[in-house]
Every structure is written in structure tokens, then in C-alpha cells.
Design a protein around this ligand. Structure first.
Ligand code: PAF
Length: 281
């Protein structure tokens, strides 16, 4: 597995692959890998001849009071894990490589970025779409792989690719969960023992939502309240948002109809976790 620190190096690597007639898959990440990341890499390896994993903690998508400084990092462990599932290259640029002095270009998707994490993390998606657009231009993948845990991110990236005719396929893979249902996230390491024990309430509240829908409930405010009350009654859990919206437009609904997503963000102390479940009626 090749480790590339510069845009020149990774371009040379992917150009060689393309000249040899190979397809290129990109797994964009911020590192500190868990099974969810490895699942994306394995799937990329099944679908593409060559897999590039980008590993870059993008400062542009963190707000001034967010966890950029503390974001967990372990480059050597990440490289070993990527290698173990057959990644062909890791692209790990520094900030000067991605945003050199004088950098002033940004990519913004409007509309769906104003909801959910977009409203509680202003500027977040502008940072995500800017770095992802740059990664797409640098690596020029045939397919790029994202996780459903960041459902809104995957929808925003898909919209950007469609709107800007970027000509690659976005593959979104299901959430990978711990045995007790907690969605895997690099941020789970921030949780103390007690928080870790209570955090699966996110998944349990979404399962209760899914079961209520299966039993015929269609009233969105009632379903939303059900999720919120279950989480709020858990010690240490503070709801940032709970929303049930249409997919893919993320419109507010009174009555469940068609494909919908229940999405939530919850704080346990300083740690903010997200989760979601899609239902179709
Ligand atoms: O999901 C992430 O890890 C990041 O938002 C991404 C897509 C790698 C962009 O920095």
C-alpha cells in the first residue's frame, strides 16, 4: 500500500491505474478507523480495481467551538487497518497541501444543508462539500463510498455530484453498529463508561420509531415526540435535534408518506453523536 502525502504523488498513482484500464474507488475519511470505515473499504475493493483511502481531518468542516483539536488520530494504526483490507493507497495530505496560503474557493450546496446538522453546525457542509469536491478533482474516482450514519452528508454529496455534473457514482452503505446497537463512530472514544452504557438509547429510540411505523402510526409529531421523550428521559443525554423528514428533499412532514428519515443528534457531555433510520410507507 502506497502512502501519498502530496497531490502530485496521488495523481501519479491514480493516473497509472487509469492508463492500465483500472477503475478507481475513493473512500474519503478523517481517520481513526473502525469497522464502519473498513466496511466501506472492503466494499470499494469489491467494486473497483484500485482503492484510495483519503485520510484528512478537514479543518474547514469544524466550527470554532468544535472538536478539531481533540479529534482522535492514529496514523500508523489507520495505515495498518487500511492495508489489512486491501487498500492500495492512502492519501494523507497536510493542511498546506489542501489549503495553501491564499486559498479562497468553496463549494456550497444550498437547501438541504439548512436542515439537521446544517442548522446546528453552521458552515459544516460547506466545509464538507469543499473538501470532497477537491478530493474528487484530485483522485478522479469512478466511485466514492460514504456511510449512511452521516445520511445528510451522503445526500448533500450526491446532490453536489448531480448538480455539478461530476460524473462519478456515490455509493452509500448501511450503518455499522456495535453489538448493543450504538452506531460506530470515531467520536465514541470520547464517551466515559456511563455514557457508553446509555448511548445505545439512540438506536433503541429509532427501533421504537420503526416499530410504531410498522404498527401503523403515521402522525409525525407523535412519532417525533416518542423518540425525543425516550432520549430525554435517559440520564446524561441532551437532545440537539430529532427530526422526521422526507427523503431526499428533507422536507418537514405532518404525516409519514413515501421514504422518510428519522434523524437525531444527541450530546453526552461534550460528545455529540448522530444516528438515523430510514423507513418507507
Ligand atoms: O465523513 C467524514 O469523515 C468527513 O466528513 C469527510 C467525508 C471525509 C470529509 O472530510
Amino acid at each position: 500500500m502506497q502512502v501519498c502525502r502530496t497531490i502530485g504523488e496521488i495523481r501519479e498513482f491514480t493516473n497509472k491505474a487509469r492508463v492500465a484500464g483500472k477503475t478507481v474507488g475513493l473512500v474519503p475519511t478523517m481517520g481513526y478507523f473502525h469497522e464502519g470505515h473498513l466496511n466501506l473499504m472492503r466494499e470499494a475493493k469489491k467494486k473497483c480495481d484500485v482503492v484510495v483511502v483519503s485520510l484528512y481531518v478537514n479543518p474547514l468542516q469544524f466550527g470554532p467551538k468544535e472538536d478539531l483539536g481533540e479529534y482522535p488520530r492514529d496514523f500508523d494504526r489507520d495505515c495498518a487497518m487500511a492495508r489489512s483490507v486491501g487498500a492500495d493507497a492512502v492519501f494523507a495530505p497536510g493542511n498546506d497541501e489542501m489549503y495553501p496560503a491564499g486559498y479562497s474557493s468553496f463549494v456550497e450546496v444550498t437547501g438541504i444543508t439548512g436542515k439537521l446538522c446544517g442548522s446546528s453546525r453552521p458552515g459544516h457542509f460547506r466545509g464538507v462539500t469543499t473538501v470532497v469536491a477537491k478530493l474528487f478533482n484530485i483522485v478522479r474516482p469512478d466511485q466514492a463510498f460514504f456511510g449512511q450514519k452521516d445520511a445528510q452528508q451522503a445526500m448533500v454529496v450526491e446532490k453536489m455530484v448531480r448538480d455539478l455534473n461530476m460524473g462519478l457514482e456515490i455509493v452509500t452503505l448501511p450503518i455499522v453498529r456495535e453489538a448493543d446497537g450504538l452506531a460506530m463512530s470515531s467520536r465514541n472514544v470520547y464517551l466515559d463508561e456511563e455514557q457508553r452504557q446509555t448511548a445505545p438509547v439512540l438506536y433503541h429510540s429509532l427501533c421504537a420509531f420503526r416499530d410504531a411505523v410498522a404498527d401503523g402510526e403515521r402522525n409525525v409529531p407523535k412519532l417525533r415526540r416518542g423518540i425525543e421523550e425516550m432520549i430525554s428521559s435517559t440520564p446524561g443525554a441532551k437532545v440537539d435535534y430529532v427530526e422526521i423528514l422526507s427523503v431526499p428533499d428533507l422536507e418537514l412532514l405532518d404525516t409519514l408518506n413515501g421514504k422518510c428519515i428519522a434523524a437525531l443528534a444527541v450530546r453526552f457531555g461534550k460528545t455529540r453523536l448522530i444516528d438515523n433510520m430510514v423507513v418507507e410507507v
